[in-house]
Design a protein around this ligand. Structure first.
Ligand code: F6P
Length: 360
């Protein structure tokens, strides 16, 4: 009997998931192993199991295909998260069923590709006796243990392109344009694309903002003859002393859906400055499409390293990037923590030294 490994993708999708799947399947095949896709995230491990054989010859074209051919889920019986780091215990009966099915499928180990939520579930499955290795995914880039998660670079590239486009129309009309980006607890996408895309104001969850400061920057620009302003705001950014702007709760065991801070900021700026102001929400566009070159390479290295970890029986480990090499760190050291943009780090100091307002 050939060695057979499983792979699943969990949580919100992002560019590069298929590139990881391809790398896992190809490098497994080179070892003479079979790969089985578990469909719809961890739910696919529950009865009746949902799987598909992943043939080496079917991997062509997956390197640059967005989404995930395995499907994914951030709802269902495996939901383990109400907020970042707030991991809930999965019911024992669910873990038993998953372990039983894992055995019935003849799997040696499982590659779990996910962010904090999916890797928290992976850790619980691991402690329940399912051999697992993890691959770190999230456009938010807020996972510990790796200097970067895959998907982040693709999201930043998209957001930067959006700012480039918004700049020309803002400039033509002498408007303020507020661009809302993803980033629930960490403002990595907004900080990186904001600097790369020439935003004048960058608002991130790490730094509570106030409107006086934002409007001062707009007035200052007017004084310099710059009659337009670009504001990049992360969905998780908050006015000092206020809470997240949400679209309501998603249920007891899910994180609230964020969204609306861009509109709130635009309304307040228009009221205070009298400037014509527009808002653009990038939303799930940041999670779609093809991965960048950087992400394709990272996903490929991560997928191949995950298979090598299985060959070395290093279960419970997550692949990570520690330049110039990939590395392996215990999954439990990566989950339940939050990696935020360092307030005194080089990224934000660069922004400040350029005169970009961080709203504080
Ligand atoms: O965690 C990644 C993320 O993109 C967050 O930035 C965002 O709040 C969330 O996913 C949106 O998830 P959903 O697809 O459930 O709307």
């Amino acid at each position: 009997m050939k060695t057979r490994i499983g792979i699943l993708t969990g949580g919100g999708d992002c560019p590069g998931l298929n590139a990881v799947t391809r790398a896992v399947v190809k490098s497994a095949a080179k070892r003479g192993w079979e790969a089985l896709g578990i469909l719809g995230g961890f739910e696919g491990l529950l009865s009746p199991t949902q799987t598909r054989p992943l043939d080496y010859h079917e991997m062509d074209g997956l390197l640059y295909l967005g989404g995930t051919i395995l499907g994914t889920a951030n709802t269902g019986r495996f939901s383990a998260k109400a907020g970042h780091g707030e991991s809930r215990a999965i019911e024992r009966a669910i873990l038993d069923e998953a372990k039983d099915n894992f055995r019935k499928l003849g799997l040696r180990a499982l590659v779990v590709v996910g962010g904090d939520g999916s890797l928290s579930i992976a850790q619980q499955c691991l402690e329940h006796g399912i051999p697992i290795v993890g691959v770190p995914k999230t456009i938010d880039n807020d996972l510990e243990g790796t200097v970067i998660t895959f998907g982040f670079d693709s999201a930043v590239a998209f957001a930067t392109d959006a700012l480039d486009r918004l700049r020309t129309t803002a400039q033509s009309h002498n408007r303020v344009i507020v661009c809302e980006m993803m980033g629930r607890y960490a403002g990595w996408i907004t900080a990186h694309s904001g600097i790369a895309g020439g935003a004048d104001v960058i608002l991130i969850p790490e730094i509570p903002f106030n409107y006086d400061s934002i409007c001062r920057k707009i007035t200052e620009r007017e004084g310099e003859g710059k009659r337009f302003t670009l504001v990049a705001v992360a969905e998780g950014a908050r006015e000092a002393g206020r809470d997240f702007v949400t679209q309501g709760s998603s249920g007891a065991i899910r994180e609230a859906r964020l969204g609306g801070i861009g509109a709130a900021v635009a309304t307040e700026i228009a009221k205070r400055t009298g400037k014509e102001t527009r808002v653009c929400v990038l939303g799930h566009l940041q999670r779609g499409g093809a991965p960048t070159t950087f992400d394709r390479l990272l996903c490929t290295r991560f997928g191949v390293r995950a298979v090598r970890l299985i060959a070395e029986e290093q279960y419970g480990m997550m692949v990570a990037l520690r330049p110039p090499d990939t590395d392996a760190v215990p999954i439990k050291e990566a989950v339940g923590k939050l990696r935020r943009v360092p307030i005194d780090g080089d990224i934000l100091r660069t922004a400040r030294d350029l005169g970009i307002s961080l709203g504080d």
